[in-house]
Design a protein around this ligand. Structure first.
Ligand code: SF4
Length: 567
């Protein structure tokens, strides 16, 4: 099998070349080039927020539905989301339009031009009740302790060298902080799915399909979980247009915590959704195994002793046989004489007792006795009590050996039932986890600093906190800025797509103002939080027109008071 596979290829797309020369994109104050099509109708404008360069008629949206032509101006149609720690969990504030202001950076960098603020009651720049920056110390938290501007809806830095749309100055515990906020356009990005189930989803390396297109593969299984690796640059750019489009649509949906149906070549059809139980071949999963068969035998060995003469915990990976296992030996249990099919790893621990499947313990078994080769007549005895269970306790059966040393089904004693139920009790709820991995070490750094490697270094030196929609992002060791974030900790609908194709995802970089200056930040574009809340992005070409407050993620550390999650 190839290391990655595409459904088919149809050659390169028809996208226009990205401007390469400085003269192609004049460094004007509005960072906008002349339209590529000089015959473009007068009622249209060219969106320059991504390489697609949509020509958008007045009143219409572009191909990604994220930008629109509103009265001849390019606007970002969604509000920028701003975390307000005063909101109750799950609550959202009303849309608050930004005041119209002149475009461009403030000449003095940090100066707030009071004259541009027109005085709506909810405007923090003019209303003392919400103007945390000017309230007496102690009466209110500093502004940076209450508000955090996320990049969801913020707009982008395309064509890359433009300063990030929001570069926010705020205060936390008397320290001047800066948060650089931008939506990133990610071609290098993927999802890692952890699916808590014993059920066999398919062979490792098997293709995972969405709507018939190959969008990823089965990765290495983990303890109690099957893993999928989805998306990635090879499926986004290396296959057909359809493969790339379906891949980013799938990633967007899963990133936005929606359900997706996926099929695995030679395996199962699954429905996965972040934070929800997986559905495998139409069957909702409920329990994540307490441990492998060997671990389950060891954990409950003392409880089993005296209740059963032999216990077999059936597991596709490591089946445990109690009396042969070291736990049974330590408890001085009498050897049962049970002989198990499969490959013996170590005493009482058996590999490959059956094929993988959706039956007992992730095997294809519906009858646990299928793994029994027989009993040693020199050790076994009539009346021997046998408990077979799976690693989740969902399957369990009780047998007693008859005079011919044949297992006969029997009613399970209450004491044995109680242990099986305890196995189930110790299983955690089976869930799907969706982690977004994005490569932020590329062009979007230019929106932060004119010397991008300094940003990379500053992150690795724990000087800069990296968040995605306010959620903590783990930064992988090694080169570049490869971030990984749990999508359930991000705001709903954090992800978008553009037809290049690529994923749009929020990213914020937070640091002390002095560190921002030291790494060559765009200091002229730093604006106080109060001004940002009042007037929005520094530019007026594709910027959001409104903001919306959201509650802080209950599991998220406050981005302005935390260091990065470094690997
Ligand atoms: S796809 Fe969206 S961001 Fe890209 S040019 Fe079109 S409207 Fe603008």
């Amino acid at each position: 099998m190839p290391d990655h596979e595409h459904t088919k290829t149809d050659g390169l797309g028809e996208l226009p070349a990205v401007p390469a020369a400085a003269e192609a994109v004049p460094a004007r104050a509005d960072w906008r080039a002349a339209p590529r099509n000089d015959k473009m109708a007068a009622h249209k404008l060219e969106c320059n927020a991504c390489p697609v360069l949509c020509q958008i008629s007045e009143g219409k949206a572009g191909a990604c539905d994220r930008y629109a032509n509103q009265g001849g101006s390019l606007v970002r149609v969604d509000p920028v989301l701003i975390v307000d720690r005063r909101l109750a969990a799950g609550a959202a504030g009303a849309l608050v339009p930004f005041l119209a202001t002149p475009a461009g950076p403030d000449a003095a960098g940090l100066a707030v031009a009071a004259s541009v603020v027109e005085s709506p009651a909810e405007n923090p720049a003019t209303n003392p009740a919400t103007n945390l920056a000017t309230n007496p110390a102690g009466a209110e938290p500093a502004d940076g302790e209450r508000w955090f501007v996320t990049a969801v809806g913020a707009s982008t830095t395309y064509p890359d060298y433009k300063p990030a749309p929001f570069i926010v100055g705020s205060q936390v515990q008397g320290v001047d902080m800066v948060t650089v906020v931008t939506e990133g356009i990610f071609s290098y990005c993927s999802l890692k799915l952890k699916i808590d189930t014993d059920r066999w989803l398919g062979p490792e390396q098997a293709n995972v399909r969405c709507k018939g297109e190959v969008v990823g593969h089965v990765s290495t299984a983990e303890y109690g979980s099957q893993m999928l690796s989805l998306g990635g640059v090879h499926h986004i750019t290396g296959g057909s247009k359809k493969e790339g489009r379906i891949t980013v649509e799938m990633m967007q949906a899963l990133g936005n915590q929606q359900a997706m149906e996926l099929s695995i070549d030679g395996g199962a059809t699954i429905v996965v959704q972040a934070g929800r139980p997986p559905i495998v071949n139409g069957q909702p999963e409920t329990r994540m195994r307490v441990g492998c068969g060997s671990a389950t035998v060891g954990i409950f060995a003392e409880q089993f002793k005296g209740v059963a003469d032999e216990v077999v915990v059936v597991d596709d990976h490591i089946t445990g046989v109690l009396t042969e296992h070291q736990a049974g030996r330590c408890l001085q249990m009498r050897p049962s004489g049970l002989k198990v099919r499969g490959r013996k790893s170590t005493p009482g621990r058996w590999f490959q007792v059956a094929n993988p499947g959706n039956g007992w313990g992730g095997t294809d078994l519906s009858d646990p006795l299928a793994i029994v080769e027989g009993w040693d007549a020199g050790q076994a005895w009539p009346g021997q009590r046998l408990l077979f269970t799976s690693t989740t306790g969902e399957h369990a059966a009780w047998y007693v050996l008859d005079a011919a040393l044949k297992p006969q089904p029997a009613a399970m004693p209450e004491a044995a039932r109680t242990i099986v139920e305890r196995i189930g009790e110790n299983c955690e709820p089976a869930l799907c986890t969706v982690l977004f991995i994005g490569g932020a070490g590329g062009s979007l750094r230019a929106g932060v600093t004119d010397n991008p490697v300094r940003l990379t270094r500053a992150i690795k030196q724990a000087v800069v906190n990296v968040t995605c929609g306010g959620a903590p992002a783990y930064v992988w060791p090694g080169g570049g800025i490869t971030v990984m974030v749990d999508v359930t900790r991000m705001p709903a609908r954090s992800f978008g797509t553009v037809p290049t194709p690529a994923i749009v995802a929020p990213i914020e970089f937070t640091m002390r103002a002095s560190d921002y200056q030291a790494l060559g930040g765009h200091m002229a574009y730093v604006r106080p939080l109060a001004q940002v809340l009042a007037t929005g992005a520094w530019h007026r070409d594709g910027a959001p027109l409104a903001r919306q407050a959201i509650a802080a993620g209950p599991a998220n550390a406050w981005p302005l008071a935390s260091g990065p999650l470094l690997g």
